[in-house]
Design a protein around this ligand. Structure first.
Ligand SMILES: Nc1ncnc2c1ncn2[C@@H]1O[C@H](COP(=O)(O)OP(=O)(O)O)[C@@H](O)[C@H]1O
Ligand SMILES: N[C@@H](CCOP(=O)(O)O)C(=O)O
Length: 320
């Protein structure tokens, strides 16, 4: 038997104005997937979920419904159809779910990326990370009904990832500025990605579109030139945030607190309920975290929130 452990960290999709086309990874926390290879096939499915820790029993144990096992099945299918590798053994999967579910932290994508990096290592590394990312994106379809890449791609590849095109998939890696820090505040409530997508408008005005893509261009420019003031100025979302803010108790108070503590900008992490802020120093990022946590506590709901401060992860999914 051979055992391999894969790790993939939390990601923040959208990054305010880049709905479905921009995301980045932070260093911690993340999901772990432990795969054990058995040379002999022992069941109908080549992948079995043996244990899931930390999900409170919420996640599917059916290998075709959990993102971690589903993407390994897609990976094995690809090997058979495109690499001439017809896997005849069996893989036992153990998932350590360190990321909160429906949190806005890309938890399903982290499970998928961790499983894929481990499966690829287990079978001798037949694929590149750029090949693996296709399966991680498909895992999002299982998780929330849509194959958005802004969590899956940075979970696998690290850095900021801009999705220029979904068909064909065209991903652009943007390394982070050296002094960029992310503060992530996760209130202890759940907001399902699929529901948070259902509240979005199906069409927008030309004025709104123009404002949004102007900020996307400015944000990319700020990231590439390490222009921290421009990054903050461009962190404006006029499409998703106005609709989703109402789903997050205290959103505007938390945003004001982060900016008041010196953060460059602040918006919803992915589809929420987590909220992220950028700062140009670790000290300011820590101050913003304290302010965001206190703001969540001060609202009528008195929400507890977990806070993480992290630079952007440049490595992506890795073997532990
Ligand atoms: N292995 C998995 N890890 C996390 N979520 C999963 C997994 N498999 C299926 N899901 C489902 O994915 C949906 C999206 O949740 P999740 O990805 O945790 O949200 P977010 O991306 O906002 O953190 C949830 O309904 C969750 O139950
Ligand atoms: N672009 C997606 C991002 C979802 O991120 P998640 O971490 O909440 O799953 C969206 O905004 O729906």
């Amino acid at each position: 038997m051979k055992t391999v452990t894969g790790f993939a960290s939390a990601t923040i999709g959208n990054v305010a104005c880049g709905f479905d086309v921009l995301g980045f990874a932070i260093k911690e926390p993340g999901d772990e997937v432990i795969l054990t290879l058995h040379e002999e096939s022992s069941s109908e499915s080549p992948v079995s979920i043996k244990t899931i820790h930390g999900d409170g029993g919420a996640l599917p144990r059916d290998p075709k419904k959990n993102t971690s096992s589903f993407v390994v099945l897609k990976f094995l299918e690809y090997l058979r159809n495109h690499k001439g590798i017809d896997f005849q053994g069996h893989i036992d999967l153990e998932l350590k779910k360190n990321l909160p579910l429906s949190s806005g932290m890309g938890s399903s994508a982290a499970s998928a990326a961790a499983a894929l990096i481990a499966a690829n290592e287990l079978l001798g590394g037949p694929c590149t990370k750029m090949e693996l990312v296709h399966f991680a994106i498909e895992g999002e379809r299982v998780a929330c009904g849509s194959a958005h890449a802004d969590n899956a791609a940075p979970a696998m590849l690290g850095n900021f990832i801009l999705i220029r095109s979904y068909n064909p998939l065209d991903l652009i890696t943007i390394p982070p500025p050296d002094q960029l820090y992310c503060t992530l505040a996760h209130p202890h409530i759940e907001l399902r990605t699929a529901y948070a997508r259902s509240v979005l408008p199906r069409s927008i005005s030309l004025k709104t579109a123009t404002e949004q893509w102007g900020n996307v261009g400015a944000l990319i420019s700020g990231l590439l030139t390490s222009d921290y003031e421009l990054i903050g100025r461009a962190l404006v979302d006029v499409i998703a945030e106005p609709k989703r803010a109402t789903l997050i108790p205290g959103f505007y108070q938390v945003k004001e607190a982060a900016l008041g503590a010196g953060a460059l900008g602040c918006s919803i992490a992915g589809s929420g309920p987590s909220i992220f802020a950028f700062s140009s120093s670790a000290a300011t990022a820590e101050k913003a975290g304290t302010a965001m946590r206190n703001a969540f506590l001060d609202i009528d709901e008195h929400l507890e929130a977990d806070i993480w401060v992290s630079p952007v992860c440049r490595e992506g999914a890795r073997i532990l």
